[in-house]
Design a protein around this ligand. Sequence first.
Ligand code: PML
Ligand code: MG
Length: 253
Amino acid sequence: MFSVRMHASRGGKHISGAERIIEDNGIQAASQSLIDRALSHEKGRPDFINISVEALEKPIRHITSLPLVLTHVRNAVEGKALARRLLLTLGIPLLCMEKAISLLENGAAGGESMRGAIVMNMRGERLEPDKYRGVRASRMDITEEASMELACAIEREGLSRYFTHISEALVLATKVESVEGTVAELCWSDDPSYTAGYVASKELGYVRIPHLKREGNCNGGRVFFVDGIDLNNYIHEMEKAPILVNKFGGLRK
Ligand code: PML
Ligand code: MG
């Protein structure tokens, strides 16, 4: 199996990234569709697109996705209040949570969104070695079967137009929660027209929150809250260990 990954930027600033895990006969089609995506992103045209194609050496772990839990909030104020309640329930200390939210609100990479995630311990300290790049969960994908299960479930909820965002975020969050030492993840999109985000954890699943910022706002990103990790191991697992979601964990409301 091969990992095909795309990263696009302009003037050194992150625009988009996406990836697939596929058989060797799918490399060309996957590369083409990732390039098409890079060239049509709402954040603008990149001046740099990197595509890497690499044979996976380690065995691929197959896992079931986190359950997708849908919530309803009317606006970002209600959304943030819900995210705060969930994070507190999960044992994230208040100061740590507030620091994480304010970093995402203000652009954690010197006013811009990071390409990867913030890694934060329970004292609110940022552990990622490169504060601009962050740590990127990588080498992950979803099988055709699991993808169909997810597509059917969200179609019944009238969310089909968000399929790509939801599917990619659910796969990523499933990988993040599968790495030992992750307590929870907070994310909202850095795409200006996309206001949704989530709080993910093993206990509560992928709790999707439709509004975590106002439309038009470009600041977003991810925070992995961790406890008791060996940082090098943690980063290695997050970036290098391949996982394939082969079953959808179900939908709850
Ligand atoms: C992103 O755009 O990078 C993250 C999207 C997070 C929310 C996905 C969803 O559940 O709609
Ligand atoms: Mg984005």
